[in-house]
Ligand binder design. Structure first.
Ligand SMILES: [Zn+2]
Length: 318
C-alpha cells in the first residue's frame, strides 16, 4: 500500500476535499437560494406590472423631491393640500365607511402598514387570545415579502384590506399610477389568499373623486377611520394606552399600526379595559349599513398629531 493510499490518509483526504469543495460550495448555494427566494417573493406580478409600479413610485418620489425643496420640506404645503382634500373629499356622498352606529358600544379595530414579521405576529397573538376580529390594511409590497403572515391573518379570521402597493399618497400621483398601485396590491392579496380585498384605505387618508372612482371600479369600498391613535409616532406605552382609551367611542373605527412595537405592547390592556367599559369589538362588516353609505354626517375624523406634540411652555406669570 503506497503511503498515499493509507485508509487514514484517504479519510483525511475526503475531509479535506469536503472542506475545500463542500464548504465554499455551501456559501454560493445558500446565497443563490436566498437570492432565488428573494426573487420568488417578488415574482407574483408580471414584469410589465412591476414596470408600471416603478413608474408610480418614480412619480411619487419626484413629487416628494419637489416639495422637499421648500424651506420646511414642503410640510406646510403638504398640510394645506391635505386640508383641502379633507375639506372636499370627506363631505361628498361617497360609498365610504367612516364609522358605525353611535347607538351601540361597538368598535372595529383596523391595523395598517403590515404585515411586519417582527410585530404583526405579536398583534395576532393578542387578537387570537382575546378573540377580537380586525381588519388589516396591507401594503402590497410587504404582503409579497411575507405571504405566510398574510395567510395567517386570514386563517385567524381577520379581514384583509388594500393599502396600496408602495404606500404612497395616491392623490399626489396620476390617476393611472394610483390605479396601478391599488390594482397591484389587490392582485398580490388575491394571489396569496385566493380572494380580492373588499376594502381599501388610501395611505395617509388622502383621497379625491378620481381615486374613489378607481376604488369603485376595482370593486372595493373606501374605509376611513374615526380615530387615529398616533401609534406611528411611537409614544410611550402608557401614553398610547391613555390616548386609545380616551378615543373609545360607540361606532368607532380605530386606526392602529401593526408594524409599530408599542401597538403590540398596549393592545391587550386596551382590549381588556375597553371590554370592562362595555365595548364590543366587531368586524367592519357590522358597520356596513346602507344609510351610512349615502352621506357623511360627522365632521372630519380626529388626527392624532396634536396629543403628542409638545406644547410651547407658557410664559412665566409676572
Ligand atoms: Zn399607512
Amino acid at each position: 500500500m503506497s503511503r498515499f493510499c493509507h485508509p487514514g490518509r484517504i479519510y483525511y483526504g475526503i475531509l479535506v476535499l469536503v472542506a475545500l469543495a463542500g464548504l465554499p460550495g455551501c456559501a454560493p448555494t445558500v446565497m443563490v437560494s436566498s437570492r432565488t427566494a428573494a426573487r420568488r417573493s417578488h415574482s407574483l406580478l408580471r414584469p410589465e406590472e412591476y414596470a408600471a409600479l416603478s413608474r408610480a413610485w418614480a412619480e411619487a418620489m419626484q413629487f416628494k423631491q419637489e416639495y422637499y425643496q421648500f424651506p420646511d420640506h414642503g410640510r406646510e404645503w403638504n398640510r394645506m393640500l391635505a386640508q383641502l382634500e379633507w375639506a372636499t373629499a370627506r363631505h361628498r356622498p361617497y360609498p365610504h365607511l367612516i364609522h358605525g352606529p353611535a347607538s351601540r358600544r361597538w368598535v372595529s379595530l383596523t391595523f395598517d402598514d403590515g404585515p411586519d414579521p417582527r410585530t404583526t405576529p405579536l398583534v395576532l397573538d393578542v387578537l387570537h387570545a382575546t378573540r377580537v376580529p380586525a381588519t388589516f390594511f396591507l401594503i402590497g409590497r410587504n404582503a409579497e415579502r411575507h405571504p405566510n403572515l398574510v395567510r395567517r391573518i386570514v386563517a385567524e379570521g381577520h379581514v384583509l384590506g388594500n393599502h396600496s402597493y408602495h404606500h404612497i399618497y395616491l392623490t399626489r400621483i396620476s390617476p393611472e399610477n394610483a390605479r396601478t398601485e391599488l390594482a397591484a396590491c389587490s392582485k398580490v392579496i388575491r394571489l396569496i389568499t385566493g380572494r380580492s380585498p373588499r376594502y381599501y384605505r388610501p395611505p395617509g387618508g388622502h383621497f379625491d373623486d378620481s381615486l374613489v372612482e378607481t376604488g369603485r371600479q376595482l370593486g372595493m369600498r373606501l374605509v376611513d377611520w374615526t380615530d387615529t391613535l398616533g401609534d406611528w409616532q411611537s409614544p410611550s406605552p402608557s401614553l398610547l394606552l391613555r390616548h386609545a382609551l380616551g378615543m373609545l367611542r360607540p361606532g368607532g373605527i380605530m386606526l392602529w399600526h401593526d408594524d409599530i412595537p408599542v401597538t403590540a405592547e398596549v393592545l391587550l390592556a386596551f382590549i381588556q379595559e375597553a371590554r370592562a367599559r362595555g365595548y364590543r369589538f366587531v368586524p367592519l362588516r357590522a358597520f356596513e349599513r346602507p344609510a351610512q353609505d349615502r352621506r357623511l354626517d360627522r365632521p372630519a375624523p380626529v388626527r392624532a398629531t396634536v396629543p403628542f406634540t409638545r406644547r410651547a411652555p407658557r410664559p412665566p406669570s409676572t
